[in-house]
Design a protein around this ligand. Structure first.
Ligand SMILES: NC(=O)c1ccc[n+]([C@@H]2O[C@H](COP(=O)([O-])OP(=O)(O)OC[C@H]3O[C@@H](n4cnc5c(N)ncnc54)[C@H](O)[C@@H]3O)[C@@H](O)[C@H]2O)c1
Ligand SMILES: O=C1N[C@](c2ccsc2)(c2cccc(Nc3ccc(F)cc3)n2)CC(O)=C1Sc1ccccc1Cl
Length: 333
């Protein structure tokens, strides 16, 4: 039998499509690579671009709009006025000062703090329910600064963290093992950049844990291969900078994959920079952001994976927490 009888002359049900709006603040190499990838992956219905340089900003907007014949229909707007960002579901921050030669990380950090004080409050005011995703460096401290300046709950303030480190790690392992990088599950955690921690015990290829098979077969050589691969992740970042002066494509794809999981509620498990106090022995009063594998969906961080860490790995996480905490206390915010 029929559960329902249609009303006579009823109109077809209206399609309630969810309108997804993404803001990108900072339209340089990284911001535009992210915007372009979000467009080609059909993630958003609307993209708002903000930058401090009005001419560059308008030029990038027009240049993206001119691709409309080849892309799904997306509203692309830009302004130096944050009103254009109102109602965003996700705001991605790639704005930042470039590290001057010989500049210390703390000097760069002070300059970026001044920039974030101008960016974060209006973003939070115009989109009080959005997710804030920080890419600018030093990303872990700047994500902490964004959390403090926005007043948002920690689940909605995320840093790209070791997402890029992990994708380079997976590429290098896959290249060495001659398999598809999508079949290599490997995480780098902790501080983004030079001090990231490779989780050997969680590396698996096609579901086969790499370490246990190594220990069983006592293949010492491969432990050196793993350490060399971890070092190659850092070296490859410096190599790209020395060759082309910046990085864009890999960070663009890695941030677009975060945006997709966040806005299409994919519940993927990805390494991102999150408020790590209380995890793995990091003291509750250490309000630092470090990368751990977390479940990512519409509410931002849905949960942190309880991965098994060796004592050495946990110790390195706690040491990174102390380094970041000391850096943050010198900022006076
Ligand atoms: N987290 C990662 O894995 C990762 C990877 C690569 C790059 N990065 C970082 O991303 C950042 C951007 O790199 P890039 O190569 O795109 O730099 P870039 O100089 O090309 O772009 C930075 C943009 O920010 C804009 N900007 C500066 N101050 C601003 C403000 N107050 N408001 C709005 N916009 C402002 C500039 O006008 C410029 O267009 C850097 O901090 C870099 O270290 C992070
Ligand atoms: O691929 C990159 N490129 C950058 C870059 C992009 C434009 S200019 C420099 C890079 C490359 C190499 C070093 C480095 N150091 C740095 C440290 C603190 C800062 F505030 C800014 C930059 N940064 C920015 C960055 O974070 C990355 S990933 C990265 C960096 C170092 C080690 C491992 C990884 Cl996976």
């Amino acid at each position: 039998h029929h559960l329902f009888s249609p009303l006579p002359d009823a109109e077809p049900a209206a399609r309630t499509s969810r309108h997804i709006k993404i803001t990108v603040v900072g339209c340089g190499n990284v911001g535009m690579a992210i915007a372009q990838t979000i467009l080609t992956q059909d993630i958003a219905d609307e993209i708002a671009l903000v930058d401090a340089q009005p001419n560059k900003l308008r030029g990038e907007m027009l240049d993206l709009q001119h691709a409309a014949a080849f892309l799904p229909r997306v509203k692309i707007a830009s302004s130096t006025d944050y009103e254009i960002t109102a109602g965003s579901d996700l705001a991605i921050i790639t704005a930042g000062a470039r590290q001057n030669p010989g500049e210390t990380r703390l000097d760069l950090l002070q300059r970026n703090l001044a920039i974030f004080k101008k960016i974060v409050p209006p973003l939070a005011q115009y989109s009080p329910d959005c997710i804030l995703l920080v890419v600018s460096n030093p990303v872990d401290v700047l994500t902490y600064i964004t959390w403090k300046l926005s007043g948002f709950p920690p689940n909605r303030v995320i840093g790209s963290g070791t997402n890029l480190d992990s994708s380079r790690f997976r590429f290098l392992l896959a290249d060495h093992l001659n398999v598809n990088a999508q079949d290599v599950q490997a995480y780098m955690v902790g501080e983004h950049g030079d001090s990231s921690v490779a989780l050997w015990s969680s590396i698996s290829v096609g579901g086969v844990p790499v370490i246990s098979s190594l220990e069983k077969n006592d293949i010492n050589l491969s432990v050196e291969m793993l350490e060399a691969t971890r070092k190659a992740v850092v070296d490859s970042a410096y190599e790209v900078i020395s060759l082309k002066g910046y990085t864009s494509w890999a960070i663009g794809y890695s941030v677009a994959s975060l945006a997709f999981s966040l806005l299409r509620h994919q519940r993927r498990i990805l390494p991102v920079s999150l408020l790590a106090k209380g995890f793995y022995g990091i003291p509750e009063d250490r309000e630092v952001f470090l990368s751990l594998p977390a479940q990512i969906g519409r509410g931002g961080i849905l949960g942190v994976v309880n991965i098994h860490l060796t004592e050495e790995e946990a110790k390195r996480l706690r040491r990174s927490a102390e380094t970041l905490w000391e850096c943050q206390t010198q900022l006076g915010i």
